[in-house]
Design a protein. Structure first.
Length: 108
């Protein structure tokens, strides 16, 4: 993801759907999850609830990055355990700064 290049040292896994994301989470450890609410086959909040229900990964930072800017979606995401909620379009530099803060050792 080009927007995150300024952070450096990151590896990325991209899932094509909610089910794919859940499968990938079971196969490879990650440090942070970026989710859209609008995904094929599952709503992003379903993936978020799955993450929060799994002891091994429930503490991962989960960033919602979506076109849904309504207050109801935002509240639902935080209620279900989102760490950060950002709407598209977004400023790549601001995203990199937010994620870098979440990836600091004290936050992991």
């Amino acid at each position: 993801m080009a927007a995150l290049a300024p952070i450096g040292g990151l590896g990325f896994e991209q899932a094509v759907s909610g089910v794919d994301a859940i499968e990938r989470l079971s196969m490879k450890p990650v440090d942070l999850i970026i989710l859209d609410l609008n995904m094929p086959d599952m709503h992003g909040l379903e993936v978020l609830r799955f993450v929060r229900s799994q002891e091994a990964i429930q503490g991962l930072p989960v960033v919602i990055l979506t076109t849904r800017g309504d207050e109801e979606s935002r509240r639902a995401a935080f209620r279900d355990g989102a760490t950060l909620y950002l709407t598209k379009p977004f400023a790549p530099a601001a995203l990199a700064t937010e994620l870098q803060a979440l990836l600091q050792p004290a936050n992991l």
